[in-house]
Design a protein around this ligand. Structure first.
Ligand SMILES: *[C@@H]1O[C@H](CO)[C@@H](O)[C@H](O)[C@H]1NC(C)=O
Ligand SMILES: *[C@@H]1O[C@H](CO)[C@@H](O)[C@H](O)[C@H]1NC(C)=O
Length: 398
């Protein structure tokens, strides 16, 4: 009897952890399933530790991720150094081969929900090396203060300070970067920060260097409506669930979980801010095919207590979709990757639409069998393909 129960429990556990209903057209499904199983086990252990009051969820994951960081190590093609720009830690990649002319410069911002990650993680280090080598570019990969230790606007400000430092004439000159060919890029929360600083730069009279491009990889762009079709569908998307995304968003602003609870009910935006819904209105901003089967319901206005305490979630520096058309129209040439099976899909789709409407040159690359994280999933075919397309776009446009 005891054995049977044990066996049953084992079968249920294995089924729960290994079986992830992946969409049918995803490549290398077994490999991805293995990856998501590992993630699921880790996340559940980490949640359990939080439940017991041992450690904050994000802090524990940060500790685990430390093991995947690499020191700054030059190779035969690229010189890699860690330094600080305006006291923000950055890693710089400079190609070793001789260059007759000034180089492209790319300012890169890693993802991780404003809580996790580092420029030293294996996948970001490899990516930055590849960009430096393939594009003959100087790559500046920045870090920034992470939640729960730091909240908005710290992440934004760190990135902005480092970018402004990089864009100074004498700094660009020191690294041999052409001031006419500097771009900004990032994935996920890094894409959010890239979009936010690109908007800030065009309004900053102190910054003389203009950005030539922004390349946004499945960026997070708004925290006002957590019930977009991609959030509703997202229960079965790999790697990033709507629940985790909501946790990341709320954690960006505060560790007080009442904000997260209100976000999950989609009742966090107060009545007096309801005019902002027009900027994230998927009913008017999504292409027809993504609206199919969903009915638009404007989020229910909540109390103004939360937004008084944590005004960040209504700030355009956190939610670049809230920018007006005048600001958008001044933005540089844009590359956006969105993935079909990604909670953040509709954020990217709406931004692409709004930028195009504002007259910005946009190359929108929608990946039909893509999912969140695909860009940096080391060793996966899809990652290789997405990165190659990203390199070619930069090669042509930066
Ligand atoms: C350096 O560049 C050469 C030529 O492009 C390439 O074959 C080699 O793999 C590169 N080395 C590293 C460490 O990436
Ligand atoms: C959203 O867009 C739809 C369709 O264009 C419109 O009917 C609705 O009033 C809009 N709602 C808000 C809150 O902007």
């Amino acid at each position: 009897m005891g054995k049977t129960i044990l066996l049953l429990v084992a079968v249920v556990l294995v089924a729960y952890y290994v079986y992830v209903p992946l969409p049918g057209d995803i490549e290398e499904p077994w490999k991805l399933m293995l990856q998501t199983t590992r993630l699921k086990v880790m996340m559940d252990l980490v949640s359990f530790a939080e439940l017991l009051g041992i450690n904050h969820y994000m802090d524990t994951i940060q500790i685990l991720m430390k093991f995947q960081e690499l020191p700054a190590t030059s190779d035969e093609n690229v010189t890699v150094t860690d330094t600080a720009f305006n006291s923000v830690p950055v890693r710089i990649y400079v190609p070793k081969r001789k260059s007759e002319s000034l180089r492209r410069g790319l300012f890169f911002i890693h993802g991780g929900g404003w809580c996790l990650g580092s420029n030293a993680l294996l996948e970001y280090d490899l990516l930055a090396r590849q960009i430096a080598e393939r594009l003959d570019a100087v790559v500046l990969s920045t870090n920034y203060g992470l939640a729960p230790k730091y909240h908005f606007p710290r992440q934004f400000e760190d990135v902005y300070d480092a970018l402004r430092w990089f864009l100074q004439e004498d700094i660009l000159e020191r690294y041999g970067v052409d001031p006419q060919r500097v771009g900004v890029s990032g994935d996920s929360a890094g894409g959010n920060l890239a979009a936010a600083v690109a908007q800030q730069i065009v309004q900053d009279p102190d910054v003389k260097t203009k950005l030539k491009v922004q390349a946004l990889v499945y960026p997070a762009l708004q925290a006002l409506d957590m019930n977009l079709p991609s959030y509703q569908e997202g229960l079965y998307f790999p790697i990033l669930s709507p629940l985790l995304m909501t946790r990341f968003w709320s954690e960006y602003f505060t560790t007080d979980r009442t904000l997260e609870k209100a976000m999950l009910l989609n009742q966090h935006v107060p009545m007096e801010s309801s005019h902002l819904f027009q900027f994230v209105n998927w009913s008017s901003l999504l292409p027809e095919r993504y609206k199919k089967g969903y009915f638009y319901k404007s989020p229910t206005p909540g109390s103004s207590e939360l937004s008084k305490k944590y005004p960040g979630f209504l700030d355009v520096k956190a939610c670049p979709l809230l920018a007006n058309d005048n600001i958008l129209s001044q933005l540089p040439r844009t590359y956006i990757i969105t993935c079909q099976y990604d909670v953040l899909r509709d954020d990217g789709l709406m931004y692409a639409m709004r930028l195009q409407n504002a007259g910005v040159h946009v190359t929108h690359h929608h990946v039909e069998n893509g999912f969140h994280g695909a860009f940096t999933l080391h060793g996966f075919k899809i990652s290789y393909r997405l990165q190659n397309q990203y390199f070619s776009w930069l090669m042509e446009n930066l």
